[in-house]
Every structure is written in structure tokens, then in C-alpha cells.
Design a protein around this ligand. Structure first.
Ligand code: HEM
Length: 412
């Protein structure tokens, strides 16, 4: 394994011929040099992978990969190399030392040199096709497959594109700096060369969820506060009940893991922008400016789904997004949302912006939680007129990594 070096010691070290600073010292060093918030690093090791309960950063680079390796041993080796790289990069390091041979590509691609850790988290997931592909036990891992890792299937209103769906592996890289997030995934792709190829990817900006109670609520591209009633990562009870896989999982290695559902949801921005403020508020069930439910005054007032107007109709309409997504409409189920806004330029056919929400949610049982909620939303949500789901992925997120271990260690 190549040693790794603090990105901010890198330039001087390379110039002076001295070797860089060991990565263990990285976060402290970085913090010492800049008061900026993004000088902080998020610990890579822990009971659960970072990037779920930890505070949502500003930027996302999400990618999925298809494997070209053919054996379990090769898959393990790839994950071992990825783990080492992720450990280094999340601490603000480079993937290898500065300098190197002039006749070989540099170990690190270099674009993040000089940048702080920026709270980079890298969260790894396994697709169903690692355990079974075309009916075959591809890597001899079928017996260790997480029990809920079965296809989501078609949902009402889906217009999924194969080229934006699925994958054998996924990585969610989040950071407060877009170059840091990009660099993280790019270097995994480079390391994987010959063993895995990128399948699809998505850049995201402007978090659309708060995942810690200390975070304020950001707005999505429809201009509404998004994440008000999200599960907070510091709500240990809710995390245990709705997000972390528990003893129901027969594959013991996967307990304390979670399931990630990604959906690329395009917004019909032009249609939305021509709908009246009243329509927009009825669609969501909240006031646009304050984020308060239509039955309340302040953002965090509890929505009253029973309240009726004089004409007998519900104040929060039957088709309002927050009614249909509410726990009380969904057998008490909740999910942890951790999505981002995205734009991929302009649709060449319509001239409209291709922009929307890259929805990411974590849960203990994707079928009981995401699928049930989305089935209801897809059928009845007033928001359906303004959005279309164009990409999808379901990944099993292995539990956290300990020092010296690799991601999904228990799988091998
Ligand atoms: C572009 C698509 C979407 C937009 C613009 C959107 C927007 C919003 C907004 C503005 C809120 C209210 C604030 C809050 O509590 O966070 C909300 C709540 C929520 N949304 Fe979405 N959402 C979208 C897609 C989805 C999808 C696909 C799901 C799950 C299948 C979902 C599940 C939820 C849940 C569970 C809540 C909280 C409900 C509650 O407890 O009150 N949303 N969403």
C-alpha cells in the first residue's frame, strides 16, 4: 500500500525533497492551519460508515461502478485498496507520496493538493449483482447476501433510464468542497482500473436535508425548505429504529449496516415556475417562505393532518406531499433523507433545464420504508405533476470500518 500524505504538506514536501507528513497527523495539522470550518475532517472509522448520521455537507459526488474482476479474492483486493485510499483522503491526505517516477503516472491525480479535508466522507455500498447476477452466484457470496437487498421493482410514475440506474458498487462522496468530493471518486476509479468501471455518476450541490439537529434547513430547487421533519443522525433512538440494520438480519456481518436508495428526480422546473404560489404551497402542504405546515405558523410546528377548512376539505390537502410522506400515512415508517440538488445543463430537445433533486435515503428496510412511501407518492402525490424519477439504485451499506480493516470486511 502506498503511504499517504497530508495534502497541505504535499507541495512543500515535493519541492524540498523532504517526504510529506504521515496521514495520522493530518486532521490536526489541517485544523491548525486554517480556522475554516472545512478544515475539519470526519472520522473514517466507527461503528457505522460516515456519511449517514454525520452532518450533511454542501457537495456530493455519487458514483456507481460495474466490476470486471471475476473472483472473490480480486473483489476483496479492490475493496482493500479503496479502503486505504478512502482512509487517506478523508483525513485530508493524498493517495500516494509526492514525486515518484517520471515515467509513470503520479499515484494521486493531484487536483485536491492544498485543499483541506473539507469534511469528506466516503460511504460505500454493495449492489445486488455482487451476490447474484443472471441467477448465478457470481463471487460465491450468495449465502452472505443482506436479506433486504432485492430489486425495488417498477414504481408508479417511474421513467428510469438504465444508464442512470443500478451498479455493482456505489460510493457516496460528500464534502464541503466540490473538488475534494470529485477527487475522491476519481481516484477510486483510477485505482479500480482493470477491476471496475464507472457506470453512472451524479454531482450534487446545496444539501436538501439536515441530518443533525444543529443544522438549519436548506431549500431545494423548488424553493421550499427541505428536511424539516427528517430523521436526525443524533437522534439515536430513531436511528436505531429506522436506519440501522439490527438482529432481523440473518447475515450477521451486515448488522449495523443500512440500505441506501438513490433516485435521480428531475423537476419540471418551467412548469413549477409558472404555477401560482398558492398551488405550490398546496402541493407541498407547507408555506413557502417560513416552511411552516399549512396548519401552523413556525417551521417546526407539527402538521395537523386532521384539520379541516370551513368547506370540509383538509387544510393540508389530500394530495399534499407532506401528508402522503408522513409517518402516520405510512404505518409509522420514517427514512433518513440525505439528498442534494443537481443540474446537468439543458435538455437538448425541450430547451428546459435538466435539474432537480438527487434523492438519497437511508433505511433499515428499503421495501417497507422507501418503496411503500414512494408507491403512495407515485400514485397520489400532487408533486407528481412537477417531477419525474429518471434514475434509481439500491445498495447495501456495510457497517463501519475499524482501523486495519477493509470496507465490508465481514463479507469475506
Ligand atoms: C423532487 C422530489 C421531492 C421534493 C421536491 C420533496 C420535497 C419535500 C419537502 C419540501 C418536504 C417538507 C419538509 C420536510 O419535512 O423535509 C418533504 C418532506 C418529506 N419528503 Fe419529500 N420531496 C421529494 C421527494 C420525496 C421522495 C421520493 C420521498 C420518499 C419516497 C420523500 C419523502 C419525504 C418524507 C418522508 C418527508 C417528511 C414527511 C413528514 O414527516 O412530515 N420525498 N419533501
Amino acid at each position: 500500500v502506498p503511504r499517504s500524505f497530508d495534502r497541505r504538506g504535499f507541495l512543500t514536501a515535493a519541492g524540498s525533497g523532504a517526504v510529506g507528513l504521515a496521514v495520522g497527523a493530518g486532521p490536526g495539522l489541517a485544523a491548525g492551519r486554517s480556522p475554516a470550518v472545512s478544515a475539519e475532517s470526519v472520522p473514517f472509522h466507527g461503528e457505522h460508515q460516515a456519511g449517514i448520521a454525520t452532518a450533511a455537507q454542501d457537495r456530493l459526488f455519487f458514483a456507481t461502478f460495474d466490476l470486471t474482476v471475476e473472483t472473490k479474492a480480486e473483489l476483496r483486493e479492490l475493496l482493500r485498496e479503496w479502503t486505504a485510499a478512502a482512509r487517506a483522503m478523508t483525513a485530508g491526505g493524498t493517495v500516494g507520496p509526492a514525486g515518484g517516477r517520471l515515467d509513470a503516472p503520479p499515484a494521486d491525480t493531484g487536483e485536491a493538493v492544498g485543499l483541506p479535508p473539507a469534511k469528506l466522507t466516503m460511504t460505500f455500498g454493495l449492489g445486488e449483482t455482487i451476490f447474484e447476477q443472471g441467477g448465478a452466484d457470481r463471487f460465491g457470496l450468495a449465502a452472505r447476501r443482506p436479506i433486504r437487498l432485492t430489486p425495488i421493482g417498477a414504481l408508479p410514475g417511474d421513467e428510469l433510464e438504465a444508464a442512470r440506474s443500478g451498479g455493482d458498487l456505489c460510493v457516496q462522496a460528500c464534502a464541503d468542497d466540490p473538488t475534494v468530493a470529485f477527487h475522491a471518486v476519481r481516484n477510486l476509479a483510477r485505482i479500480a482500473r482493470g477491476g471496475a468501471v464507472l457506470r453512472w455518476s451524479q454531482l450534487g450541490f446545496g444539501r436538501t436535508s439536515s441530518t443533525q439537529s444543529s443544522q438549519s434547513t436548506a431549500r431545494n430547487l423548488q424553493g421550499f425548505k427541505d428536511g424539516t421533519r427528517n430523521i436526525r443522525g443524533d437522534d439515536a433512538e430513531a436511528m436505531k429504529r429506522f436506519v440501522w440494520v439490527g438482529d432481523e438480519e440473518p447475515a450477521a456481518w451486515f448488522r449495523r449496516g443500512s440500505y441506501l436508495v438513490a433516485r435521480r428526480i428531475r423537476m419540471r422546473i418551467e412548469t413549477w415556475d409558472h404555477s401560482s404560489l398558492g398551488d405550490q404551497e398546496q402541493t407541498i402542504g407547507r408555506f413557502k417562505a417560513s416552511g411552516a405546515p399549512l396548519t401552523g405558523r413556525h417551521e417546526h410546528d407539527t402538521p395537523d393532518l386532521e384539520a379541516r377548512r370551513r368547506d370540509g376539505l383538509h387544510v393540508i390537502p389530500a394530495g399534499a406531499h407532506i401528508r402522503l410522506a408522513a409517518p402516520s400515512t405510512n404505518g409509522g415508517e420514517r427514512i433518513l433523507r440525505r439528498g442534494y440538488s443537481y443540474t446537468d445543463g439543458i435538455d437538448p430537445v425541450t430547451g428546459e433545464l435538466d435539474a432537480g433533486l438527487f434523492f438519497v435515503a437511508f433505511q433499515r428496510d428499503p421495501h417497507k420504508q422507501f418503496v411503500e412511501i414512494q408507491r403512495r407518492l407515485g400514485e397520489h402525490d400532487a408533486l407528481g405533476e412537477y417531477i419525474v424519477h429518471t434514475g434509481s439504485g439500491l445498495f447495501a451499506i456495510p457497517p463501519g470500518v475499524r482501523p486495519g480493516e477493509l470496507v465490508a470486511q465481514g463479507l469475506f
